[in-house]
Design a protein around this ligand. Structure first.
Ligand code: PMT
Length: 394
């Protein structure tokens, strides 16, 4: 059951319902009166394919499913966003609306994703309520630090739906990668032809950034070496912005000795122009030749180098023979794991919000089905943690 309180983050809950439904999890939504000021129950009815409950004292709603039955029906309750006011009610045992009554009647695990202004979050009384809820066995998810809807910056932003889903489905815990350094490459590179033109590719960085966020959530110290993209990186990671394949190579190689895990999700140019013209190339002949030379293979150099991190994951972007090429790369580049994706298709791959992965390692493989890249990243990070753990214990 998903409880929604009145806060601007309520719009993110629509995405949470979508992600839960994609995992075939049945969702019933309960909204407070304030929540309905931010987003319509109709949105949640359509997304959850179930009626939305909003009133405690409504005979029709009670006939459809009474509040005690609703509390018994749920095998998990997530309240996202949870306002300071609702959390205070839960903590004190007040039951003056449907959601607080359900909380009081619930016997299943309860998860709360707070969302509020940073000053409200930092108030001693809010922290007191949080502590009381935690001692009552409630799982608190987030909140995150960052820019807030009110324009202020600080703690109080609701965690992203993919993270909430990951906690709910126990795919990842904040302790998986505690004290582990992970370096991730993301996005495209740009290889200059002249001061205004370059060769590049369609990578948006979404896959690499989603992995960085999932690794961060799993407790890792994350360094993200990123080509030019338009995504904002979370504050907590160490972002190194680069443009060319050579710059990405230098940025990675110089930081590799202190890394435990390396994940190469970037679409690095395989070739770069031998010379870039200092001036803008003029339109003259009908044909124009550009001579290219191979770039350094960052992934292979890291995996075959003296400072090889404990666990290395490559990506393979293929338009044909996915398994064959991916397995070749796994072997030739001396990797622990390779995540292969189809590219150039209508769904998934470059610049899409969704993706699917065929993941191969020495002794096995796993299919991660088409889903949102943030959710997929959480699954891949969990798989990396599992296989890394196996490697370290054998
Ligand atoms: O960024 P998005 O829009 O979200 O798209 C995601 C993605 C499709 C870019 C991503 O999922 C992906 O497949 N990334 C790898 C793309 C790629 O360049 O694949 P490849 O098969 O050509 O390269 C194999 C591996 O070698 C990759 O891990 C790549 O990062 C690495 N490589 C390649 C060349 C090079 N010079 N150095 C490298 O490290």
């Amino acid at each position: 059951m998903l409880g929604i309180c009145g806060g601007i983050a309520a719009y993110k809950s629509a995405e949470l319902v979508r992600l839960l439904r994609k995992q075939d999890i049945e969702v019933r939504v309960v909204m407070t009166q304030a929540a309905m000021q931010f987003i319509s129950p109709l949105t949640f009815q359509a997304l959850s394919a179930n009626p939305v409950s909003t009133n405690l004292l409504d005979t029709e709603e009670e006939n459809a499913m009474g509040h005690i039955n609703l509390a018994r029906w749920a095998d998990k309750i997530i309240i996202a966003p949870a306002t300071a006011n609702s959390m205070a009610k839960f903590s004190l045992g007040l039951a003056d609306d449907l959601l607080s009554t359900l909380y009081l009647a619930a016997t299943c695990p309860v998860y709360i994703a707070p969302a509020m202004n940073q000053a409200m979050w930092n108030k001693a009384i809010t922290q007191e309520h949080i502590q009381r809820l935690e001692t009552q066995g409630v799982h608190i998810i987030g909140p995150e630090e960052g820019e807030q809807a009110c324009g202020e910056t600080g703690g109080g932003r609701m965690s992203e739906p993919a993270k909430i889903l990951a906690v709910l489905t126990r795919q990842v815990t904040p302790k998986f990668f505690k004290n582990i350094n992970i370096l991730i490459t993301a996005g495209p590179t740009r290889e200059a032809l002249d001061p205004v033109r370059y060769i590049s590719n369609r990578s948006s960085g979404k896959m690499g950034y989603a992995l960085a966020e999932a690794a961060l959530y799993a407790g890792a110290n994350v360094t993200l070496v990123s080509g030019p993209v338009t995504i904002t990186a979370p504050d907590k990671l160490n972002l190194v912005a680069v443009e060319t394949a050579e710059q990405m190579y230098q940025a990675v190689i110089s930081r590799i000795p202190e890394q435990h895990v390396f994940i190469a999700a970037a679409a690095v140019a395989d070739y770069s122009p031998i010379t870039a013209s200092k001036e803008k190339i003029k339109k003259q002949q009908d044909k124009h030749r550009i001579e290219l030379q191979k770039t350094k293979d960052i992934l292979a150099e890291v995996a075959l180098g003296a400072d090889r991190p404990d666990f290395i994951v490559g990506f393979a972007a293929e338009t044909e023979n996915l398994e064959h090429y991916a397995k070749n790369k796994l072997k030739q580049k001396n990797l622990d794991m390779i995540a292969a994706n189809w590219v150039g298709r209508t769904q998934g791959g470059f610049d899409s919000d969704e993706n699917a992965l065929e993941v191969f390692w020495d002794a096995g493989q796993k299919t991660l089905k088409m889903t949102d890249k943030k959710q997929l990243a959480v699954q891949l990070i969990a798989l990396i943690a599992e296989k890394m753990n196996e490697k370290n214990t054998t």
